[in-house]
Design a protein. Structure first.
Length: 229
């Protein structure tokens, strides 16, 4: 009788161990899938529609983490694209062309309006992009009722997805990018303002801008050099 009881206990313990083992293996498998997804996301382009196609490949709490990461990246990509579209429009990229000088100079009414709208649009979308580097905003995508393990995993894998070592680096990179574009836009505006100021002292001849004096030409070239494009 004791032997039967011992055998029964051994069987039960074996089942428990096997069950625990199954869930441990399954848990590790889900985490592995999630990590692979983060690495794959890292290879995508923020300017493409890759982040719009959200497919969840994990289950349970891991699926909540995966969903949060992919929703964050979708919104990040949307704001990034909008901020870039504002300054990548064909008209904006042609502001310093000879053709624009001929068509809109010397008062550059349409050009000044285009620059104004471009600056306002970029300010709006870049502000939202910068806001997305705030920890509170980042964590708002994740269910806060999840255990700390999943919250830490989310923060870790989101950095993997974004390609940064830490969130300070992410924010600084965003700030640096915004500063570069703002400086470039200001540089373009300075050149147009200079041409307006010197109207009557320059003309377009055979596809080139010509000034009446070397000093005026040097002033123009100095602004172009500052633009560093």
């Amino acid at each position: 009788m004791k032997k039967k009881i011992i055998i029964a206990v051994v069987v039960i313990v074996g089942i428990i161990i096997a069950t625990i083992g199954y869930f441990v293996i399954k848990d590790l498998s889900q985490e592995n899938i999630l990590r692979m997804e983060a690495v794959e996301l890292n290879g995508k382009d923020e300017m493409s529609d890759d982040y719009m196609k959200i497919e969840i490949k994990t289950t349970g709490d891991y699926a909540l983490v995966e969903t949060a990461i992919k929703n964050y990246m979708k919104d990040y990509s949307i704001n990034f694209q909008k901020s870039m579209e504002v300054i990548n429009e064909d008209k904006f990229s042609q502001i310093l062309s000879v053709e624009n000088y001929e068509q809109d100079g010397p008062n550059f009414v349409e050009t000044k309006e285009l620059i104004k709208k471009g600056k306002e649009g970029f300010e709006k979308y870049s502000a939202e992009l910068l806001n997305m580097t705030e920890e509170e905003k980042i964590m708002s995508y994740l269910d806060q009722s999840l255990e700390s393990y999943y919250q830490d995993l989310y923060k870790e894998l989101l950095l993997v997805t974004l390609g940064f070592d830490n969130y300070d680096e992410l924010r600084q990179d965003c700030l640096d990018g915004i500063e570069i574009i703002n400086t470039t836009m200001k540089g373009i505006e300075n050149i147009i303002d200079y041409l307006i100021q010197e109207k009557g002292n320059w003309k377009i001849d055979d596809g080139m801008i010509l000034f009446q004096t070397d000093e005026q030409l040097e002033g123009y070239n100095a602004l172009v050099d500052q633009l560093d494009v």
